[in-house]
Design a binder for this molecule. Sequence first.
Ligand SMILES: C[S@@+](CC[C@H](N)C(=O)[O-])C[C@H]1O[C@@H](n2cnc3c(N)ncnc32)[C@H](O)[C@@H]1O
Length: 215
Amino acid sequence: MGTSTQAYGEPWYWDNRYSSESGPFDWYQKYPSLAPLINLYIPRHVHPRILVVGCGNSAFSEGMVSDGYEDVVNIDISSVVIEAMKKKHSNHPQLKYIEMDVRDMSEFQSGSFDAVIDKGTLDSILCGNDSRNNATKMLKEVWSNEFEKLLVLLSLMADKLLSDEGSEHPIQELTNPVPIDDNGSSVEAVLGKNPDVHYIYVCTKDESLKPEQKA
Ligand SMILES: C[S@@+](CC[C@H](N)C(=O)[O-])C[C@H]1O[C@@H](n2cnc3c(N)ncnc32)[C@H](O)[C@@H]1O
């Protein structure tokens, strides 16, 4: 791409990129390959309201709607991509696009969503300046303020780009969950060391950890 990955944390980088690339483009994985896990953790029959953070011009949310999800709200910090996606999906009432910074989602009422999906946005923030502070802000915002029920956060590690070329390790197809134990060793037991895979973290809120219930 000819740009340092540090720029991935900057809104100007994404505005420039989306001004010159209309897409669609999906980072890491497209919807069909993740659909078994999405269906497992976000069952369609409960008619979930879903928030996709840092949607970009990905076809992921469109794929979810074709798969039966009825209410998918997408946010991104880039006004350029949000305007383009609004126009593109103006005849899809199941899809909404809003310009918003994931580090400040105070526009949403508490408990607005059943699940949150992140594909590549935490990674981008982690590439940028002041990454620890910004990532903490994002996770606090997603975790504490807005979402009362189930939270699913999928984050794919930026340094694990899926590629067959030059890899010592075969590409793994995983459609069953791999639970992580306290020291992470079950993932290594299944995949081996340094596998060529994307990582998907599924987090579910533990209501017992709420501060008022601890006391
Ligand atoms: C690596 S791209 C992933 C795009 C899309 N989710 C995908 O999977 O193809 C990261 C996206 O996060 C957006 N982004 C970066 N920082 C953000 C922030 N603070 N709030 C909201 N979106 C942000 C960028 O504009 C970009 O669209």
